[in-house]
Design a binder for this molecule. Structure first.
Ligand SMILES: NC(=O)c1ccc[n+]([C@@H]2O[C@H](COP(=O)([O-])OP(=O)(O)OC[C@H]3O[C@@H](n4cnc5c(N)ncnc54)[C@H](OP(=O)(O)O)[C@@H]3O)[C@@H](O)[C@H]2O)c1
Length: 298
């Protein structure tokens, strides 16, 4: 059986946490026959009430369908499920759509496991919240053998109409999603650091939010400029050099210290800027920091 028909495919979902349940519900809403397994039975029952068929074991879920989506906490959990339930013997001919977040080693070991047991693998990273699945706001980064991704296209499109095919290198979704998350997380932590500073000084959080929105207006264009400067190797021209930013950061550091806030984030930023200065990049654009961050520190 494959998915080159107009009938919505039948699919199994292993792992019904926040994301796995969202995935299963999205398939149900799209008209698929959905089989589900989860360690805790309560989440299976919630999904069966929504139209899925519950399985007693992950082996049952795997046996029942060619297409199996896996979304559990991490790969150690998945490996435990594979070994505990003897899933190696069930992998032959299966298309495993692996949406668990992991490391580069995890993903490579998993690919070897699936292919070594005559299965087929599509690896992905979900870059949205469960609620956004199936909508235009959903984001799904995928890689794998192109014939597998093509075959899985109908299911992937149900989860994210604009899913991205990153090619055959199985590690790409992991790396890109971690790169994106690093940027988002750093920005959120910076935002929360600002909240701490305002709270210490008595500036209202409404005022902070209002001015965060004003200050953020420049961010998209500035990110694009930084990216183009790095991409084009043009980090010498600048309106605000690394030294200028380092000077500005000294005042941030001083204000944060005077307010008595935790300086751990400012120490990290200071360290990055100082690395750039030690690499003789002080007169260069802030974009030159990309070369600092690309360098392993021994
Ligand atoms: N939630 C999000 O917004 C989001 C967004 C993007 C990516 N992701 C990724 O999606 C994956 C799942 O996240 P989630 O939010 O769904 O996590 P979650 O709500 O914590 O669910 C974790 C899942 O793993 C299962 N599990 C944990 N330990 C297990 C064990 N020892 N044996 C068997 N099953 C076990 C849980 O089963 P029980 O129900 O029995 O505990 C549950 O099905 C993660 O890799 C995460 O990085 C999540």
């Amino acid at each position: 059986m494959n998915m080159n028909t107009d009938t919505p495919p039948s699919v199994s979902v292993i792992g019904l946490g926040a994301m796995g349940s969202g995935i299963a519900r999205t398939f149900i809403d799209a008209g698929c026959r959905v089989l589900v397994w989860n360690r805790s039975r309560g989440k299976v029952d919630a999904l069966t009430a929504a139209g899925a068929t519950g399985c007693d074991t992950p082996a049952d879920a795997m046996r029942a369908n060619r297409y199996v989506v896996v979304c559990v906490s991490d790969y150690a959990t998945w490996s435990g499920i594979v070994e505990e339930h003897g899933l190696r013997n069930q992998l032959k001919g299966k298309c495993v759509i692996q949406l668990t977040g992991g490391t580069i080693d995890d993903v490579c070991e998993h690919e070897a496991l699936i292919k070594g047991n005559d299965g087929r693998i599509a690896d992905g990273a979900v870059m949205c919240f469960p609620q956004q699945l199936g909508t235009a706001d959903a984001s799904l980064l995928m890689s794998g053998d192109q014939d597998v991704l093509e075959e899985c296209r109908p299911l992937l499109s149900m989860l994210a109409p604009q899913w991205t095919n990153l090619g055959e290198d199985i590690t790409r979704p992991t790396v890109l999603s971690r790169a994106l998350t690093a940027g988002i997380l750093t920005s959120f932590i910076g935002f929360l650091n600002g909240i701490a500073m305002c709270q210490k000084s008595g500036i209202s959080l409404d005022t902070y939010m209002e001015h965060t929105e004003i200050a953020s207006a420049i961010v998209p264009n500035e990110k694009r400029r930084l990216l183009e400067a790095v991409r084009d190797g043009n980090t010498e021209q600048t309106q605000a050099s690394l030294n200028t930013w380092a000077g500005a950061h000294q005042t941030i550091y001083s204000v944060a210290a005077t307010l008595g806030t935790n300086l751990v984030l400012q120490d990290a930023i200071k360290s990055v800027l100082q690395h750039g200065q030690r690499m003789q990049l002080g007169e260069f654009d802030l974009a030159a920091i990309a070369s600092v961050l690309a360098t392993e520190i021994k």
